[in-house]
Design a protein around this ligand. Structure first.
Ligand SMILES: Cc1ncc(COP(=O)(O)O)c(C=O)c1O
Length: 349
């Protein structure tokens, strides 16, 4: 037997090539193959490592990011962790601007990865103190490079060039639908673009929390948010360049109660612990199975480590305060509910 050396030359090289696992309980009840792309396996623990790597390597290649410069970004957390990790491994300094009130877990990880952390009060996007504008202002100073994950298309390219082709290869081209939440839109855009170019009839389903702005935008053309979901890193109130690249066929919203229910069911039946946006993805995948019918292969993402949702999704007191029941439905009831659901909820684009 010959052994071949397989040693990454730095931690950034460990990003990507994540596994795809079947969620057996949901696949059995729906008659579909519901598959989970394990993005929590990335070294920074989230799907945003991919965007971080592409943003930085493209900027180095184009000459915008030069040795000795500091990378700056405004983020709800995971992109900050990914950028801090890639920055450190490639020898750059990192400054993260983050709104207060995000899970403490993410703040700690950014600091542990050696980045400087600037916390700002959460405020509407129009306010110049918003984390996005604060990062942009700092990034305009001498010696800084602003990653700009919302408008910089390296984010989308990470998924078009890597995640999409991985899914295509792992499913051997046997895939009918993709289900994804939206933060910057990089994930849904890159994957939907690549996979729909490979297969006629391929469908992309967007899932967002109940009352989300994007859903109202896709429905009526204006951003109107009526929800107060506890999910983090998703839900935007403006059309950004990365989201603009997405090829979306259908959009739905689901309440926080559903993502809590599905997270408990999948943990219990399949031994898979999900974070909050991932739970929404998985609930969305089950909903998609109910709409598409038996025999389909549906892929969605485990966007980050469940630990990152410990203080909210996995905190019983927090959930009770928000009126969320911990064991509301069993799988049969949730499935029956999705099968009977009003078709009018789905936006067809
Ligand atoms: C936990 C989590 N899930 C999903 C997303 C959405 O990914 P994207 O920005 O590619 O739309 C993010 C983005 O930050 C995130 O942090």
């Amino acid at each position: 037997m010959s052994l071949t050396a397989s040693i990454a030359s730095n931690v950034s090289e460990l990003i990507g090539h994540t596994d795809l696992v079947k969620i057996n309980s949901l696949s059995e009840i729906s008659g579909c193959s519901i598959l989970l792309k394990c993005e929590h396996q990335n070294p920074g623990g989230s799907i945003k490592d991919r965007a971080a790597l592409q943003l930085i390597t493209d900027a180095i290649e184009s000459g915008k990011l030069k040795p000795g410069m500091t990378i700056v970004e405004g983020t709800a957390g995971n992109t900050g962790i990914g950028l801090a990790l890639v920055a450190k491994s490639l020898g750059y300094k990192m400054l993260v601007v983050m709104p207060r009130g995000q899970a403490q877990e993410k703040e700690r990880m950014i600091a542990l990865h050696g980045a400087e952390l600037v916390l700002v009060d959460p405020c509407p996007f129009a306010n110049q103190d918003h984390f996005y504008h604060t990062a942009k202002r700092i990034g305009a100073q001498e010696g800084y490079w602003w990653a700009d994950q919302f408008e910089n298309l390296s984010n989308y390219r990470a998924h078009y060039l890597h995640t999409g082709p991985e899914i295509w290869q792992q499913t051997q081209g046997n895939i009918d639908a993709l289900v994804s939440v939206v933060g910057t839109g990089g994930t849904i855009a890159g994957n939907s673009h690549f996979l729909s170019s490979k297969q006629a009839g391929f469908k992309t389903w967007l899932v967002d929390p109940e009352g989300s702005g994007i859903y109202s935008f896709l429905k009526d053309g204006c951003y109107q948010s009526t929800g107060s979901s506890f999910t983090e890193g998703i839900g935007i109130m403006r059309t950004v360049e990365n989201f603009r690249q997405a090829k979306i066929n259908h959009a739905i919203t689901l309440p926080d109660q559903d993502l809590v229910t599905i997270s408990r069911l999948v943990a219990e039946h399949d031994g898979i612990l999900l974070g909050s946006s991932s739970s929404l993805n998985v609930a969305g995948a089950l909903y998609t199975a109910a709409r598409m019918g038996k025999g389909k292969t549906i892929v969605t993402f485990s966007c980050d480590l469940a630990e990152r949702s410990y203080s909210k999704l996995h905190n019983e007191e927090f959930l009770k305060e928000r009126g969320i029941e911990l064991n509301k439905e069993n799988l049969e009831k949730l499935w029956a509910c999705y099968q009977q659901d009003d078709e009018g909820k789905v936006i067809n684009l």
